[in-house]
Design a protein around this ligand. Structure first.
Ligand code: AMP
Length: 284
């Protein structure tokens, strides 16, 4: 089946109404384009679970603050479409901001409690933009299921919370983080790294794994602040210019890790000049 390309809300609506009338279940993979193996893994995971798969490519202006990289964000639509032609995707939705937002480009949906801290400490506008665009894409595509990457772990939890709190009837699935050979999590923004930064970037995942390895027992919480502090120092020594956070949290609530926590997650964000990398992993 060939890949349908929809540019307007009306085209999208016509396509999905046809599918719904035929009783076909639809899955959505929201992306900002500049597709890599991480995005394609989400297409591969959701497509066997639905009848039709839509991938959206939309660089969402409301999740960027003034001075962030909205203008420079990599836009590779032609290559993205060519990559999607090799996958099980049935449609690609490439709307303009006007098609998504009309004339009101403000973030109108408020994120819930899981948006507090971590990413929001550095990017306070970010989750408002994310939940607003996801809500809007759900209105336009009306997916039965949608999939998001664990790569953006706090975002995944914030979206699940938004869906619960707004009683949306889209099932949220998640896919594991796809990495380069040296452990660096794939990201469209990795294209900004020069050769020397690219080398340094790999140490983020390595230093995170080292913390996980030395944290042998979930009951070993007293050592955590020291381990987190040492890891942050090692990142700086490896060439990172700043560490926004490097912290072990309760996996479901993102609250502090305690003896009562069922599962723990290490989350980190660090900067290489203007480039900000994030990553996360479970602590076993
Ligand atoms: P983005 O285009 O960066 O907004 O990402 C679109 C979707 O792909 C989000 O759900 C991300 O979490 C997910 N994603 C990004 N990078 C990866 C990766 N390396 N592995 C798996 N999923 C990813």
């Amino acid at each position: 089946m060939s890949l349908e390309i929809c540019q307007t809300a009306e085209e999208m609506s016509r396509l999905r109404e046809g599918w719904r009338n035929a009783g076909l279940k639809t899955g959505l993979v929201p992306t900002m384009g500049a597709l890599h193996e991480g995005h394609l893994s989400l297409v591969a995971k959701i497509s066997p679970l639905v009848d039709r798969t839509i991938v959206s490519l939309f660089v969402n202006p409301t999740q960027f603050a003034e001075g962030e990289d909205f203008r420079n964000y990599p836009r590779t639509e032609q290559e993205d479409v060519e990559k999607l032609e090799t996958t099980a995707a049935n449609a690609v939705f490439v709307p303009t901001a006007k098609e998504v937002y009309g004339d009101d480009m403000s973030a109108t949906i408020s994120p819930g409690s899981l948006a507090a801290g971590l990413e929001s400490d550095t990017r306070p506008h970010f989750f408002g933009g994310v939940v607003t665009v996801v809500h809007r894409l759900f209105e336009l595509c009306r997916p039965d299921r949608a999939i998001f990457g664990e790569k953006d772990y706090q975002q995944l939890l914030v979206i699940k919370q938004m869906v619960r709190e707004n009683n949306l009837d889209t099932d949220i699935l998640s896919g594991p983080t796809i990495r380069e050979k040296d452990g660096l999590a794939m990201s469209s923004r990795n294209a900004y790294l020069d050769a020397s930064q690219r080398k340094t970037a790999a140490s983020l995942n390595r230093i995170m794994r080292e913390l996980c390895d030395s944290f042998t027992s979930q009951r070993d919480l007293a050592r955590l602040p020291a381990l987190e502090g040492e890891a942050a120092n090692r990142l700086l020594a490896a060439g990172f210019s700043g560490v926004d956070y490097f912290t072990v949290r309760e996996a479901e609530t993102l609250g502090p890790a305690t003896e009562k926590s069922d599962a723990l997650r290490l989350l980190a964000a660090a900067r290489l000049g203007d480039i900000r990398l994030i990553d996360n992993m479970p602590l076993s």
